[in-house]
Design a protein around this ligand. Structure first.
Ligand code: ZN
Length: 308
């Protein structure tokens, strides 16, 4: 059932295409109640089951949908979410069963839905959010997430400086996509610039022979948790320390010192222990220093800070 030809037959839309609910309904041949549920399980006339997901960025579920892997919140806004209700239970079965899952996405209520193609449901956890239990599904866009990431890094470096007049030749749709792309690119480039291509943890500045920086721009409050592209939510990290930051070896305190996990028995500790209590290498401009709210948001996701 993961055969792309069959997937095309169920959802005859091009990835990236924008459509309104009526058109989705016409193309796929199913009716939607209003408002549209975020998870809609259905089947074709031939009896093939499939699931449609509708993800937004501005509530009520606040999904953190991004290229590659992302999280998706289950159904139910009142009280705890149940694994037994239709929608959630269908999505859980899609973890083990070959039920195709198709994602539609929009950034805000005013936009049409954008078809994002097929996604895989990897697993789910139950998390306490705002006092209620939420089902947090881990998902991944099908195709190659690595390629999508590479594409992002490969964006031509002059687009941020492109004269706005060139936008006049573009359709409204293209202009919007370009704005999104620019804000993403502005973040990735802006953070590296702000830190002068140096890792905020170790201060190292490595370049390829061609002059490309090794450091990566990381989100402090992660994208999949709703973190934004503001420069104050960014930090430049070398590959090792990016990995260590993402995997809870190291964290950042609000006073911009480094916290290291106290785990002398685990291999790797010796590589990090000397960083404990050290100050971050920060941009000269205080306006570009990490904002405390983003540091706190990251800390809430790290078990490293559980006892503070
Ligand atoms: Zn480093």
């Amino acid at each position: 059932m993961r055969d792309p030809v069959e997937a095309d037959q169920i959802v005859p839309l091009a990835i990236g295409q924008r459509v309104d609910v009526e058109e989705i309904s016409d193309r796929i041949g199913i009716e939607f109640p209003s408002p549209i549920p975020s998870i809609r399980a259905a089947s074709t006339d031939g009896g093939t089951s499939f699931i449609l997901l509708f993800g937004t960025e501005d509530g009520p579920y606040d999904h953190g949908i991004q290229p590659g892997e992302f999280t998706y919140i289950g159904l139910g806004t009142n009280g705890d979410q149940s694994t037994r209700i239709h929608g959630n239970s269908n999505l859980i079965s899609a973890i083990d069963e070959p039920v195709p899952v198709f994602l539609f996405y929009k950034e805000s209520a005013e936009r049409d839905w954008q078809y994002r193609g097929q996604v895989s449901v990897l697993d789910y956890t139950t998390e306490l959010r705002d006092g209620c239990e939420r089902l947090v599904f881990r998902m991944e866009h099908q195709g190659s997430p690595a390629e999508e990431r590479d594409e992002r890094e490969k964006l031509p470096s002059n687009t941020t400086d492109a004269p706005t007049s060139s936008n006049e030749d573009l359709s409204l749709e293209d202009r919007y996509e370009k704005t999104i792309r620019n804000s993403t690119q502005a973040f990735y480039e802006g953070v590296k610039d702000a830190y002068n291509n140096c890792c905020a943890i170790c201060g190292r500045q490595r370049m390829t022979p061609e002059g490309n920086p090794e450091v990566e721009s990381a989100h402090i409050h992660p994208r999949e948790d709703g973190g934004c592209h503001e420069l104050q939510n960014g930090i430049a990290l070398c590959r090792l320390h990016h990995w260590a930051f993402d995997n809870d070896w190291i964290g950042i305190r609000e006073d911009y010192t480094i916290k290291v996990r106290d785990a002398p028995d685990i291999k790797g500790y010796d590589d990090f222990k000397h960083l404990e209590g050290q100050e971050l290498y920060l941009p000269e401009d205080p306006e570009l220093h990490p904002a405390k709210e983003f540091i706190r948001a990251k800390q809430r996701r790290q078990t490293l800070f559980d006892r503070e």
